[in-house]
Design a protein. Structure first.
Length: 188
């Protein structure tokens, strides 16, 4: 949920469904397939993920995305109540309890990027108070030194930066869960 997944609830009387979507580089495909294979038991029988290609004619650039959607189920409705407020994705108040090394690994694989000798985690969708909650969780629960970096090319949006001096600790936490094609994000 901290990365490329979202939960959609069409009405107050229906259950919610999980949607996972990625766009961009081909090297993300093995990670996408990992998530799909983990969650396909929640999809309709014989479901397939779908790919879409579109072109931004203003800049003559082609884009691709890949996505899958689960069935509408009570388990996703429960998650929706944790992660959404007034139809907006939020960081749950109990994120410190929820975030595990496995969850951190998925966050890195989905929205992490190597930055010099440290790591950026994208948090563009979240409010400053929620970003602070995430930083506190990373510092208090995992002992990682973090700060906020601004991304000036996209409207001064914030990213969490995990410092170089915390990378060994981070690697020991998440390496068992990071797939081979995403190892570059945490290794030199």
């Amino acid at each position: 949920m901290l990365s490329d997944g979202h939960i959609q609830r069409r009405s107050l009387t229906s259950n919610a469904r999980f949607i996972f979507s990625q766009s961009g580089k081909e090297n993300k495909r093995p990670y996408f397939e990992l998530v799909y294979n983990m969650l396909k038991v929640y999809c309709v029988k014989d479901s397939k993920y779908y790919e879409k290609t579109w072109e931004d004619k203003k800049i003559n650039q082609k884009y691709t995305s890949i996505a899958f959607t689960t069935m509408q189920l009570p388990c996703f409705t429960e998650l929706h109540s944790l992660w959404y407020s007034k139809k907006k994705k939020v960081v749950p108040k109990n994120i410190k309890e929820l975030l595990t090394p496995v969850g951190l690994a998925h966050w890195i694989m989905g929205d992490g990027s190597r930055q010099n000798l440290g790591l950026h985690l994208s948090v563009y969708a979240f409010l400053p108070s929620e970003i602070k909650m995430l930083i506190n969780t990373l510092e208090d629960k995992f002992g990682l030194k973090c700060s906020i970096h601004k991304h000036s090319t996209i409207g001064d949006k914030a990213r969490i930066y995990i410092w170089q001096e915390s990378m060994n600790k981070l690697r020991s936490l998440v390496s068992p869960y990071i797939i081979l094609s995403m190892q570059y994000k945490i290794h030199l």
